[in-house]
Write a protein that binds this ligand. Structure first.
Ligand code: ISJ
Length: 376
């Protein structure tokens, strides 16, 4: 029965009626139908708590003052198989612009580094965007399937952003994030923050050297420590036990090595849902900076509104269980279905090298560029 329903759901994906799908190594969560839409995460949480909706799925923006794109699905499906779309064909795509221009992004990094010597700012994540044009309408399911097929861990997501209203109606958020903001199963809470990056290399020996250097790089370890510290402080009030390794380990995607720390806690109360935890943790210094408020101000002054990039994508069910990923390695597909915007950022600290930071964003962009065969 479960398999039959899952097959029907996959057929719905093929028909392009896809409010939410999150593919993970351990399975896929699919929202079937939209019972209600929420642009306020707190309103959705209140309804979940009162038992008047059975689940919430969707996306939180970078700036929680901005509208969220959340739905109460008619049904939240768990499928052991990865999502599929037919056809998986996607039209040719080409870059149409860089926002800001690469020279301007480098200047912004230099200005941020200069600021760290005479202000409280210790880390800020600066991002840039690249616009892409497709020769024909793109099916969001096909993009998501492409990313999932290519991702070594089967990660991928696609979210209809219409619930956020206004200019978000008809737009989709599609990506493949390696970073778990928070996962909650019963009383067990896990996080797997990533911060600190090095490019992969086709030559296995060079690749291993990059990994080994990352693991001992003071600059990257500092960048990472800000994130773990933030998560410790944010989770402490909710957890009666919290286990944090004292040093990070390596995580790899197809394009990058990252420093990652697996964190595990036990909730004091089962009233704390996965969505409560996501709201308490977001934005971590993996996408914002340290101190949070100072870094957020810098980002908003320098970049303006990030929308859904660097937010969170996930779901929470009636038990409070759920999983939220950090919204990175992603694109926004406009309602015209031919215009896409890809985003990538990187953590800047006092001893960052602007040239290296720029190339780190180019490497991160390759997650979507290579999957969609975007011409530069
Ligand atoms: C901000 C991004 O990635 C984040 C920043 C990282 C870094 O600065 O090293 C690493 C992983 C992510 O937490 C992105 O991919 O856009």
């Amino acid at each position: 029965m479960q398999t039959q329903v899952a097959t029907q759901t996959r057929q719905n994906l093929q028909a392009n009626s896809m409010p939410f799908v999150l593919s993970r190594p351990h399975g896929t969560v699919i929202a079937e139908g939209v019972a209600e839409q929420f642009s306020s995460a707190h309103a959705a949480l209140e309804r979940l708590r009162s038992g008047t909706i059975s689940a919430v799925a969707g996306a939180l923006p970078f700036d929680l003052e901005e509208p969220a794109a959340l739905i109460a699905p008619v049904r939240l499906m768990h499928d052991s198989a990865p999502p599929t779309a037919t056809p998986t064909w996607i039209p040719p795509m080409a870059v149409t612009g860089y926002f800001p221009a690469t020279a301007e992004h480098t200047s912004r990094i230099e200005a941020a580094i200069a600021r760290m010597s005479d202000s409280a700012l210790e880390k800020v994540v600066l991002a840039r965007a690249v616009t892409i044009s497709a020769s024909e309408a793109v099916n969001p399911s096909a993009l998501c399937t492409r990313l999932v097929e290519r991702d070594p861990h089967g990660n991928g997501y696609a979210v209809d952003l219409s619930a956020a209203g206004g200019t978000w109606v008809g737009r989709h958020l599609i990506g493949a994030s390696p970073e778990v903001l928070v996962c909650r199963t019963g009383r067990i809470v896990t996080c797997h923050p990533l911060a600190g990056s090095a490019p992969r290399d086709l030559d296995p020996e060079i690749d291993r050297t990059h990994a080994a250097e990352l693991l001992t790089s003071t600059k990257n370890l500092t960048e990472h420590a800000f994130v773990v510290d933030h998560i410790r402080r944010a989770l402490m009030p909710y957890c009666r036990e919290l286990r944090l390794p004292n040093k990070p380990t390596l995580t790899k995607t197809r394009e990058l090595w990252h420093l990652g720390t697996p964190i595990r806690g036990e909730l004091r109360s089962t009233d704390t849902t996965a969505l409560d935890l996501a709201l308490a943790l977001h934005p971590t210094p993996a996408v914002c900076g340290t101190p949070t408020a100072t870094a957020r101000d810098v980002i908003s002054n320098v970049e303006g509104n990030r929308g859904f990039y660097a937010g969170a994508v996930g779901w929470t069910d009636h038990n409070g269980d759920g999983e939220w990923m950090v919204t990175i390695r992603c694109v926004i597909l406009d309602a015209d279905q031919t215009t896409l915007t890809a985003y990538a950022g990187g953590g800047i600290v006092a001893d960052s090298n602007p040239g290296d930071e720029l190339s780190e964003t180019s490497t991160k962009l390759r997650t979507v560029f290579d999957a969609f065969e975007v011409q530069g």
